[in-house]
Ligand binder design. Structure first.
Ligand SMILES: [Zn+2]
Length: 390
C-alpha cells in the first residue's frame, strides 16, 4: 500500500465524489464503513458512494448509540478484526467520525479498548487510513486528533496524532437535508468551539486565526442556516465547523465544554446546546481574569486582548453586551440558552453538575475556576427567565 499523504482536505460542494478516487489510489478491496444510516440516505451520500463500493468487500458498522460508547467500540473492534479492512470510511455526525477513529485505531493495538480509553495504556501504532465525511456542520471532528468515548457513563477524550483522519471530505451538500433542530445544535457547537478556542490557554496565533474565521462565519450564518438555508449559507456553516475543528485541534476546549459532558449524559441534551448554555456565563467570568487567578502563563493582559477580540467579533463594545448578544444568538436558533431551560434549576442539581466537571478541559480555561467560583457564577444561570450571568 502506498504512503498516505499527510492530512488531505477536500472542502467543496461535490467533494464526496473524491472517495472513489481515494479507494482507487489505495487499490483497497476491503473497506470498513462506519455510517449513520439515516444520514446516509437523507444526505444523498448513498447515491454517490454505493457505485464506489461495487466489487469491493464493504463491512458496515451501523446501529450505534449517539455519543460513542465502549460497548459499540468493542462490537466494532470485533467486526473490524474479522474483516481486516485496508481503508476506513466514517460518514455521519461527530459520533460516526469519532467511532471511525477509535475502532480503526484501537483494533490495531494489543491493549484493550477500555484500558486505552481510560488512559491506562497508550496507542502504539496507527490503523488503516481513515476518510472522514461529516454530514453535520458542527463538531469539526474530521479536523481533530482526538475522540470522545463514554465508559460506564464517564466521558473520556482519547488524544493521539494517529487519530487525525487522513482525508477530510467537507461537502456541504450533505447538510442540505438536515432538520432545523440538528442544524441549530451542531452549529452552536461550532460557534462555541470557536469562542472557547480564542480564550483557551492552549491557543496559539495559528489556532486564533482559524477560530476568528470560524466565529465570523457562524455569527453571520448560523441563524439563517436554521430558518432560511441556501447552498451558500450551508457552505459557510461547513467551513465554520471545519475551521473550529482546526482551531481546537491546537488549542483544545475549555470550561463550557468541561461542564457540558454531564449535561449531555445526565439530561440527554444535544452536545452543542449543552455547551452553549454556559458560554455567556463563562465569557463574563473570564473577562474578570486577574494576575492571581490567571491560568495562562502569558498573563491576564494577553487573555483580555483575546476577550476583546470576541467582543469585537460579536459586533458590540462591552463584555456585558457580548454576553447578551450570545444569549440572543442562542435564542434565535430556537435552542435553550440557560441551565434552567435544560432542567438544572436547583442548588442540588447545580452542585452535581459542578462536581462532575471535566477537570482536564477546565484547566485549559484562562481564568482558574474552583467548585465555589463555578457555583456562584452559575447560580443565576439556573433561574428561569434569567439566562447567563451578564
Ligand atoms: Zn464540541
Amino acid at each position: 500500500m502506498s504512503q498516505v499523504d499527510p492530512y488531505v482536505v477536500h472542502l467543496q460542494d461535490g467533494a464526496l465524489a473524491e472517495v472513489g478516487a481515494i479507494i482507487g489510489r489505495f487499490s483497497a478491496s476491503r473497506l470498513y464503513f462506519v455510517v449513520d444510516e439515516s444520514a446516509y440516505a437523507a444526505s444523498g451520500a448513498a447515491t454517490v458512494l454505493e457505485p464506489c463500493f461495487q466489487d469491493r468487500a464493504v463491512t458496515r458498522f451501523t446501529g450505534f448509540d449517539l455519543n460513542p460508547k465502549l460497548h459499540d467500540i468493542e462490537r466494532g473492534i470485533e467486526q473490524f478484526r474479522d474483516a481486516d479492512p485496508e481503508l476506513v470510511i466514517a460518514l455521519g455526525g461527530g459520533t460516526a467520525i469519532d467511532l471511525g477513529k477509535l475502532i480503526g485505531t484501537l483494533s490495531c493495538q494489543d491493549e484493550s479498548a477500555r484500558d486505552i480509553i481510560v488512559g491506562k495504556s497508550a496507542i502504539h501504532r496507527s490503523g488503516p487510513p481513515l476518510i472522514a465525511a461529516p454530514t453535520t456542520a458542527g463538531t469539526g471532528s474530521e479536523a481533530t486528533h482526538f475522540a470522545v468515548a463514554y465508559v460506564d457513563g464517564e466521558k473520556y477524550s482519547v488524544a493521539d496524532d494517529v487519530l487525525l483522519p487522513d482525508y477530510a471530505i467537507v461537502d456541504s451538500t450533505l447538510t442540505h437535508s438536515l432538520p432545523a433542530g440538528v442544524t441549530a445544535s451542531t452549529g452552536l457547537d461550532a460557534f462555541c468551539q470557536a469562542i472557547e478556542s480564542i480564550w483557551a490557554v492552549g491557543a496559539t496565533d495559528e489556532s486564533i486565526e482559524y477560530a476568528i474565521q470560524s466565529a465570523r462565519l457562524s455569527i453571520s450564518s448560523l441563524v439563517d442556516a436554521i430558518h432560511a438555508p441556501t447552498a451558500r449559507i450551508r457552505q459557510n456553516m461547513c467551513r465554520a465547523s471545519h475551521l473550529a475543528g482546526k482551531a481546537i485541534n491546537i488549542s483544545k476546549t475549555t470550561a463550557s465544554h468541561a461542564l457540558s459532558y454531564f449535561i449531555t449524559s445526565e439530561y440527554g441534551v444535544p452536545h452543542g446546546i449543552a455547551v452553549a448554555v454556559t458560554l455567556s456565563s463563562m465569557l463574563a467570568y473570564n473577562a474578570q481574569v486577574a494576575e492571581l487567578d490567571c491560568a495562562d502563563p502569558r498573563g491576564p493582559e494577553h487573555v483580555l486582548r483575546r476577550i476583546g477580540l470576541i467582543v469585537e467579533l460579536l459586533g458590540v463594545d462591552s463584555v456585558a453586551a457580548a454576553c447578551r448578544r450570545i444569549e440572543k444568538l442562542i435564542s434565535a436558533t430556537g435552542c435553550p440558552n440557560s441551565l434552567a431551560l435544560v432542567g438544572i434549576r436547583t442548588d442540588a442539581s447545580l452542585q452535581r453538575l459542578v462536581s462532575r466537571v471535566d477537570a482536564r478541559r477546565l484547566s485549559n480555561n484562562p481564568r482558574r475556576a474552583t467548585s465555589d467560583s463555578l457555583l456562584s457564577l452559575l447560580t443565576k444561570n439556573c433561574v428561569p427567565g434569567k439566562p447567563g450571568a451578564s
